[in-house]
Design a protein around this ligand. Structure first.
Ligand SMILES: O=C[C@H](O)[C@@H](O)[C@H](O)CC(=O)O
Length: 272
């Protein structure tokens, strides 16, 4: 199995608290992006002690209450399934805080981490404030919810976005990369993908490859899997009959999303 593909670990931390995924600098090739998925039963709580990292907690499904010890955001979250295709609520918390997440209902929470050196205000990112985009044409169409885009100055280095790709479409396509710290041409951003499929027995193909093909991994990705993108192009193809969701976390030395398309495939953008 590719070292870039993570299957759910489902580590039980406490009654009602399951750590589904944990991606850290210590257990991955990533140095900027960190990622966790936590499942909570009603009334169960999870604490995250932030040192030099900032956090965006995304209420993937269910309702949660989030506190940083000072501010409380109660019963946030908008959906029972990501495939309701509507934006959800998130909370941004800067470094050196302890965050407590309590489930008001059965909930799945994505914890998105990146380095932080400037204390910024804790902030509720309301669902209705997500920028919604409909990108692409032909079989390259996808719906994008910008949760924490580079146009929002609320974070130090963290970028968070979720993407819905319908049956027989491609996304993160034409293949693009952002693995060079070479602004204004390209920014260096590591990336993680948390994938869900509808119906859940579905799978997608994701390729992660570099120009010189020194890295070239094509993965079969199933429901609840995570794919890590330390560098390279990273397209996703969704088979006929299935819909796909992914949550992206990106971070790097500069909080700018400036990508470079694979020249071999950029022509598809020119179709009428
Ligand atoms: O670099 C960003 C990620 O690859 C996705 O968020 C991608 O941009 C989604 C898309 O536009 O298809």
């Amino acid at each position: 199995m590719s070292h870039l593909l993570r299957k759910p670990e489902n580590n039980k931390l406490a009654d009602g608290v399951t750590l589904v995924h944990e991606v850290t600098e210590e257990n991955s090739d990533l140095h900027y992006v960190g990622f966790k998925v936590v499942d909570l039963e009603p009334n169960a709580s999870y604490d995250e002690k932030l040192t030099n990292l900032e956090l965006c907690a995304v209420a993937l499904t269910g309702k949660i209450t989030v506190t940083d010890g000072d501010q409380n955001f109660t019963e946030i979250g908008t959906r029972d399934s990501v495939f309701e295709r509507k934006p959800t609520d998130s909370v941004y918390v800067s470094h050196n805080k302890t965050v407590t997440i309590t489930a008001n209902t059965k909930a799945r929470v994505a914890l998105c981490f990146a380095p932080s050196d400037k204390e910024l205000p804790t902030k509720l990112i309301k669902a209705e404030d997500n920028g919604v985009e409909h990108r692409g044409k032909y079989n390259n169409k996808r719906q994008v919810h910008n949760i924490l885009p580079d146009s929002d100055p609320s974070a130090n280095s963290l970028l968070v976005v979720e993407v819905f790709t319908e049956t027989a479409n491609w996304s993160s396509y034409p293949p693009h990369k952002h693995d060079q710290n070479n602004l204004p041409e390209e920014s260096f951003l590591e990336e993680s993908y948390y994938h869900e499929m509808d119906p859940p027995q579905g799978f997608v193909f994701q390729r992660v490859y570099t120009e010189d093909r020194s890295l070239d991994e094509t993965m079969t990705v199933e429901n609840g899997n995570v794919v890590l993108v330390p560098k390279g192009y990273h397209p996703v193809g969704v088979p006929d009959g299935y819909s796909e969701y992914y949550l992206n976390v990106m971070a790097g030395p500069e909080r700018i999303w400036k990508f470079h398309n694979d020249k071999d495939h950029e022509w598809i953008l020119d179709r009428e």
